[in-house]
Ligand binder design. Structure first.
Ligand code: ZN
Length: 418
């Protein structure tokens, strides 16, 4: 057993009341100006005012003390929506896109998600592992200590399983918590263009049983959107997923209001993600069911699209989380500091609301709130040291990561903190 006392820190953490923080609670942050964090065996043993934490160490003095120089400490970021397992970037396509070529035209030329499908199908498994590892390490260096990664560029059973194997290998290779999500229904593959129901049959009768049997996914996700999967198809896939023991989430109402937010409430999904076009009625249903809204402002930034109406969601009592949506097409960033900054500047979250969104509510969106997401005693000692006085530094110091120390389970995993 080793214990470390981190002292001389301004500590900021959301308050975990056993459910995602919604409404006014989204902005509830506990802070200590002269705070201390006592870490024992990788877990938080005590947190609070320096004198109070020290009082708990009188009979068992800590093995070591670390002076954080008055810097800011927050929980490690939880990124609850990413597509970090991809084989190739799409940099040339980005240039076409910003020059004005419509996405549908890029798709018609075999670009867009189709090029990610092609490259992942062709990729050697070790090369895919190396690429994914590199992406996850970049995220960790920016403060992400827990990350969800989806499959979904295979669109057939063999390749979806290959992606999930790679995600499992990455989980073994890094100290961060890596959460695998099966997203077989990410797009309709070319070969099923004229018969999407047949592809849904394949997802339900072949992919899902194989994924469940191998036990290599914790969640099932579906891209519910016009031209992708309908509400009926989404309901069918997610209901089947629940039957084989996977928790469910969905890409909902990104472009059109198909009622994805309402379906998320109906199915008790852990989260509904995007939500640009959701109706107030369906957002109210999400609030009632406690479904987390995963908002992805880096996608709006990258696509030059409007941002989700986060203020309306908070006013409606929907718990809001933030994620990078990291993928080679519509949002190529691993940076939670960037996402938090965007949420403050473009979606008008307060820094306190954004902190809750990027930590505690994101942990609920991955069903990991018992272990991560806030600096509460007995949770994992996952915390960040920021070169700043408060979490507002994440928005204020634009385009720069103020994260100088990244600790996972009490161990420093990245950052240049001495
Ligand atoms: Zn996504």
């Amino acid at each position: 057993v080793t214990t470390t006392l981190y002292r001389n820190a301004r500590i900021f953490t959301p308050v975990d009341n056993g459910k995602p923080a919604a409404g006014k609670n989204q902005a509830k942050i506990t802070s200590w100006e002269n705070g201390a964090l006592l870490v024992k065996n990788g877990q938080i043993a005590a947190v609070g005012d320096d004198a109070d934490v020290r009082a708990q160490t009188v009979s068992h003095p800590p093995d070591q003390e670390v002076d954080l120089g008055g810097r800011c400490v927050i929980p490690g970021f939880v990124d609850p929506h990413t597509h970090m397992c991809f084989a190739e970037r799409r940099e040339a396509e980005f240039e076409q896109r910003i020059a004005g070529t419509p996405y549908m035209e890029i798709l018609a030329r075999g670009g867009g998600i189709l090029s990610s499908v092609r490259s992942i199908r062709a990729a050697d498994e070790d090369a895919l592992f190396a690429m994914t590892l590199r992406t996850v390490r970049t995220a960790m260096a920016l403060g992400t200590t827990t990350v969800e990664i989806k499959s979904g560029y295979g669109l057939d059973t063999t390749i979806e399983l290959k992606m999930l194997r790679v995600i499992a290998r990455v989980a073994e290779a890094v100290p961060a918590d890596v959460v695998p999500t099966f997203l077989g229904a990410h797009a309709i593959p070319q070969e099923f263009r004229e018969n999407s129901d047949a592809f849904v049959d394949l997802v339900v009768s072949e992919m899902l049983p194989a994924v469940a049997e191998q036990g290599i996914a914790r969640f099932c996700d579906v891209f519910c959107e016009t031209g992708v999967f309908s509400i009926e198809q989404t309901r069918r896939i997610l209901s089947a997923a629940k039957e084989v023991g996977l928790a469910v989430k969905l890409h909902a109402d990104e472009v059109n209001d198909l009622g994805g937010a309402g379906l998320a409430a109906e199915l008790s999904a852990v989260s509904a993600d995007h939500l640009l076009a959701s109706s107030p009625e369906n957002l109210a249903r999400m609030a009632e069911a406690g479904v987390v809204a995963n908002l992805l402002p880096a996608t709006a930034y990258s696509l030059r699209k409007p941002y989700a109406r986060a203020r309306d969601m908070i006013a409606a009592g929907v718990p809001v989380a933030l994620a990078t949506d990291c993928n080679p097409g519509s949002s190529y960033t691993e940076s939670m500091p960037f996402v938090v900054g965007l949420s403050v500047m473009a979606m008008h979250l307060t820094p306190a609301e954004a902190l809750t969104a990027a930590t505690l509510n994101a942990a609920y969106a991955l069903k990991l709130s018992d272990r991560v997401g806030s600096l509460d005693a007995e949770k994992q000692a996952d915390f960040l040291v920021l070169d700043g006085e408060s979490p507002a530094i994440l928005a204020y110091h634009a385009g720069v990561s103020p994260v100088v120390g990244i600790f996972k389970g009490g161990k420093k995993i990245a950052g240049n903190l001495e």
